[in-house]
Design a protein around this ligand. Sequence first.
Ligand code: ADP
Ligand code: MG
Ligand code: MG
Length: 898
Amino acid sequence: DKIVYSFGGGTADGNGTMKNLLGGKGANLAEMARIGLPVPPGFTITTEVCTYYYAHGRTYPCTLDNDIKAGIAKMEEIVGNKFGDTKAMPLLVSVRSGARESMPGMMDTILNLGLNDETVVAMADATQNPRFAWDCYRRFIQMYGDVVLGVQKLPGEDHEPFETVIENLKHERYGKDILDSDMTAEDSQELVKRFKALVAERTGHEFPVCPWEQLQGAIGAVFGSWNNDRANVYRQKYGIPSEWGTAVNVQAMVFGNTGDESGSGVAFTRNPASGENVFYGEFLMNAQGEDVVAGVRTPDPVAELANVMPAAHATLSEIRQTLEQHFHDMQDFEFTIQDRKVWMLQTRNGKRTGVAAFRIACEMVEEGLIDWQTAVKRIPADQVDQLLTPIFSGNAIKEAKQIAHGLPAGPGAASGRVYLNAERCVEAADRGEKVLLVRLETSPEDLRGMIAAEGILTARGGVSSHAALVARQMGKVCVCGADALNIDYAARTITVNGETVKEGDYLSIDGTTGLVYLGKVDTAPSEIIQVLIDKTLAPEQSRAYQNFAKLMDWCSQATRMSVRTNADSPSQAEAAIAFGATGIGLCRTEHMFFEGDRIDFVRQMILATKKVDRVAAINKLLPFQKSDFKGIFKALKGLPATVRLLDPPLHEFLPQTKEQQRDLAEKFELRVEDIMRRVSELHEFNPMLGHRGCRLGIAYPEITEMQARAIIEAAIEVTEEEGFEVVPEIMVPLVAFKKELDIQKAVIDKVAAQVFEEKGKTIKYLVGTMIEIPRAAVTADQIAETAEFFSFGTNDLTQTGLGMSRDDSGAFLPKYQDLEIVKTNVFASIDQEGVGKLMEIAVELGRKTRPDIKLGICGEHGGDPASVKFCNKLGLTYVSCSPYRVPTARLAAAQAAL
Ligand code: ADP
Ligand code: MG
Ligand code: MG
């Protein structure tokens, strides 16, 4: 198999579709070369070599060496320079990682490779620019020393060792900190000397002088970095399997640091924060690409390039159009200008915020760039949440004291206690605090802190800085480059305009405007919530809402499954319907038992020792339950509702402390000892597997009778009062045996017949069951003889199927995820191989008995995009999830159908 793919000079061995083999970067470098964009030549070593490397004790296929030599030879031919040339301008290369999916900042790039004491002189002579040549050389030793040779901060050191050397030199020679770009050739030459000494001291070896040896080391480091800590943390967070591996790109260098006619930048074809269709991005003159992203100097917006170098700006604007026309998506690209000539170094589909994703998708459909199906497919379903997250409330913001502003890099509002490093941020979040991570700039080391934080605030860096990139991807609120902030890591304070903020104090940041406020600022609902739920904003006043609505309409056109909601109250049902739910998939009746005085009657019911007393207490509950159901049926306006009979074990309703028990005894004129006795009688060793679900209704049929009566009476009354038909779906929980369901169905049917007679009116109703016990799944053919519908209770089916209690899994499940024993958190995303298999069996058996059986899912998983996709594959009729997850589930269901 071919393991090295060349690109450049207007052609390429590979192309943009080969991301699995060439990585995202390599595939798109090839694609850009093919469509005639100016790409420096190079070659890509495939991800299969990475896989081979780890499978064979970190060694390479034997043909690799020759392929690399051939690859370099092609580059030499195109560029006209020789690798390692000591007489004329040498060919220098970058060595860049590139996985299938971009992993921002996770892997390490090495620039200017091929320099040594001789080639640097050749380069200085050939370019007549010694400052530039030595600048490249010292950068090379620094990057190579860090990434390949591992010369990094030792425990206890505050600064990167190379940075310390630079700082010392600047202070010795200039008595102050100067910009890197202001250093002279002599400065860089001296740095090279000191860097080499540092490397020798730290590693015990001289810095490698042979370019081929350098190249080999760099390639090894890229493959090695696939398994470093940072990469592992990132992969886990985004569920990227370790088998994928990374490719390595070796590419001829172009130079943004030759002087004032050169520069580097990062740009987006549209604004990735808002989605607006403008050329967006930033650049630095006289800089190599790393400088832009590292946030050391704050770059200028690309619009400014129109003044500095109009021709380059015009070329880039044209490239912007070409990229969108070709890739049909918003692109995030990296460029370098060398002596006024523009070079493209990377392009990829740009990460964007949820708001931007909706806007870009809608506008691209309008522009005819994509069709609506593509628009639906393109929006990551888990980004929908971002459109529903709070913003600062208008009043609170007027009162709040604005202390700084930066770039709006991740929209939304966040308030939290400030922490200046990732570690303390994580600790505080673990204590339950809401935290903001505030840094000069972030680096991949800060990832854990960023995950823990509500929002991220940096003092330096632009919209393509690490902080902005990661925040956008994680959907975090982020403000970056708020340069008025003076952050003192040692004192753990931020001073700004005469104010001092200490670690642990509150700050608030608005990632939509870029403003930073002192203290804690109250938040208000997002525009979409204001339009749909609060009705405080008219639809035509909100562009975000209009885009959202358009997308949701397309979802309805595409979807096969419908989306229902888990709701126990009229207001929840109304919210879910506003989000497009088509009914209730799970109405938990026990939640209603806790409201107001009802809990008293529930407790009387439980404490009753004689059936008559129990029935008396239960009958007092009837009017409450009935009015609850009426409220819900009215809110649903004829949409279907699945109502689950009482599920939790009874002791959950009894007071557990002595004091509460004494109060209860007083209230009901009972002896406290009797209450205590009953509580201890009801105690269970493992309540999850105890006296709950249909086992309650079997032991106390009067409970089922009351609930069935409440449901049927409510349905008849609402049908009569409102003029739409209510068809309740009565669901029996925790069934394992067909007989259990038979017994419960008989009770329900008997009550229904009684109510029909009393009211002189008949309605349709269904009786079905949860499938949440493996035994039920594997005997679903029998159960379907009685059940008219199944609803997969995947929370319990996961607990019972894996024999793993959700409440106790915290002790070991994280470790299981680390070790990839489980691919995902099984309580958030369905374990498709195991629990999913049980579902598949139940679907097949259920359909065998009852071909048109209605099938749904009502566990937490119903709002998880991967699980929704799986449910579509199984052919379920609907998924059901909490009201605010409905839009996510609709999008996921539509995507699954397309
Ligand atoms: P990352 O994946 O972290 O973005 P890259 O491989 O894209 O890393 O490299 C980082 C930066 O290094 C790029 O943005 C680019 O500016 C610079 N760079 C990489 N290769 C070259 C090259 N051949 N010539 C000039 N600059 C380069
Ligand atoms: Mg890059
Ligand atoms: Mg259950």
